[in-house]
Design a protein around this ligand. Sequence first.
Ligand SMILES: Cc1cc2nc3c(=O)[nH]c(=O)nc-3n(C[C@H](O)[C@H](O)[C@H](O)COP(=O)(O)OP(=O)(O)OC[C@H]3O[C@@H](n4cnc5c(N)ncnc54)[C@H](O)[C@@H]3O)c2cc1C
Length: 651
Amino acid sequence: MSQNVGEARKEGAREAMEMAEAARQKQWEHPSFLAGLFMGRFQPELFFPFPQQDDEDRRVGDAFLARLEAFLKEKVDPDRIDETRDVPPEVIQGLIELGCFRMKIPAEYGGLGLSQTNYNRAIAMVASYCGSTAVWLSAHQSIGVPQPLKLFGTEEQKKKFMPRLAQGAISAFALTEPGVGSDPATMQTTATPTEDGKFYILEGEKLWCTNGPVADILIVMARTPSLWVGGRERKQITAFIVESSMPGFEVAHRCDFMGIRGIQNGLLRFHGVRVPRENILWGEGKGLKVALITLNTGRLTLPAACTGMAKRCLSIVRDWASERVQWGAPIGHHEAVAAKIGSIAATTFAMDSLTWLTSALADRGGFDIRLEAAMAKLFCSEAAWSIADQTVQIRGGRGYETAPSLRARGEKPYPVERILREARINLIIEGASEIMRLFIAREALDGHLRVAGDLLKPELVWKQKAACATRAALFYAHWYPRQWLPSTPWRRFVSHEPFAHQLRYVARTCARLARSTFHAMIRHQARLEKKQALLGRLVDIGGDLFAMTACLARAESLLRQNPGDSTPRDLAEIFCCHARRRIDAAFRCLFNSDDAGTYRLARRVLGGEMTWLEEGIVRADFSARPAAPSAEPHAETAPTAPEAAAAAVHS
Ligand SMILES: Cc1cc2nc3c(=O)[nH]c(=O)nc-3n(C[C@H](O)[C@H](O)[C@H](O)COP(=O)(O)OP(=O)(O)OC[C@H]3O[C@@H](n4cnc5c(N)ncnc54)[C@H](O)[C@@H]3O)c2cc1C
């Protein structure tokens, strides 16, 4: 019996890997800084000189942001939204009128057609103030219908849906299911074609769909009939444009969270929803690719949101740590607190640099952004969480107290407690950190897998393997020695003074990273994919090198614009020092770590060998069946957003 379960799990894992692999973008048509970095090719010219927003685009963005800021200050109360779990309808209506729900819709369809940079500037501003409001906008435009429709929609689909979206129809992206989080291979929602082939009948449920309870139009991923290739089943996932007005669409439950409590997010059910064939996006079986490619650019927004939050923390910390006096000095003058402030400032500068760099690269085009977007998301979400945590610490007891409580007793209502709760979700959505590291590692290894990947495939015959071995030997005979050559003579990068020494470090370390990645492949071969801790360290080294380069390029550009201001140089220098310390530590334990021991320990914990360690706690029983889902978990704070009345069964 347990052997059968084991076999089924193995088969499931194989299937999941195959589906993920099939959905990958295989070609690298444009350069990628990170793809090069992991192969030992440092390409600073891709980031230097730091790309600037052009004057006209900046003017458009400035004007829009001025209106947005005024609206936020006047109409949006983030603490009230957090308390009531509700972004009031008049706020949503105001944002619609301001154009916030059509920022990324092309002008030809009635949208504002903002650049990625201006869109991200707007999201960063909103996120710095109210996480819930930012998520409403971002779920609609970064991953909701406008983005995949723009990328994959036919002209008819665009003409039909874009103008509605531009006029304020709210949209959502529905991929996750109760049993399907990071691994879509097990998707249960089905779309079965009718006999005449004109419709697909949607059955199933989608969990945690942001904007779902109030959405008019959704992108829904569902399984369509499998293909059979060589006697083996190949599962098909297809993306559909679904309207919530279609009979059989139900909002079964509105979910409630730790933070971003004003979002509308729910469990959706589809009971025989008839979706016209023409609502398929891109083509049958391409749904997972639609989802992954949508997320590749959608992910550019999260770094902006995180950067907005980090800046808010920086400003709170600056105020508070100079004003609060303990032990005869402002707390910011005590070294333990000052170390945190310096680190927050330097990391915020790195996040800011990554955000505007990736936004600019997306706007400029001709650059493969998938790795950089994923790395920026990973780096900025983890950095924002750490910054929020340090801000709580610097605020002491007040960091743990809610803003309304602080306000009620006459203190400045810094919303640090809310920011901490809001920051946490960014490490989970749009690719959890662990999955991001695996995704980046897979792409980072692509250069090697293209050359030598066939050697790892058990299904290939020896002739094919021999051909691959010859190819690999020729390639590595050139490539490998180059990773040992001193690539950084002392005069290199002199034109980038005062940053040359840091750039030389990045160049040197890039070769070391490439060598180490290659050594990891040789050592673990096909098992490398299971060595997640090792892969994670390699990815984190790449992330810090990426952030260092972005920082240095930005600092140089700022210094050239204003040679009298040394602050960008100092911020970059301190960030680089901290990053180098992390990188050197990661290299030190790259192979000699306790990964295997820790893994074995975890397996023994899971196997129940150490339950004695849990003695002394209340043995709460979480196995009870939950009550039947309801769309309104808290009657007293029921959703009141524009279409929330429609957060009911459309059937
Ligand atoms: C507030 C909120 C908003 C959301 N909005 C949307 C939305 O609009 N649309 C939508 O489709 N989804 C949405 N989601 C779902 C979100 O994208 C998922 O939560 C996320 O993909 C992770 O899936 P999961 O929670 O099921 O975690 P699981 O996949 O169950 O993973 C649990 C943990 O295990 C780790 N893990 C899983 N597999 C592996 C592996 N192979 N190797 C190493 N570690 C692994 C994960 O990283 C995670 O830490 C939302 C979720 C929340 C909470």
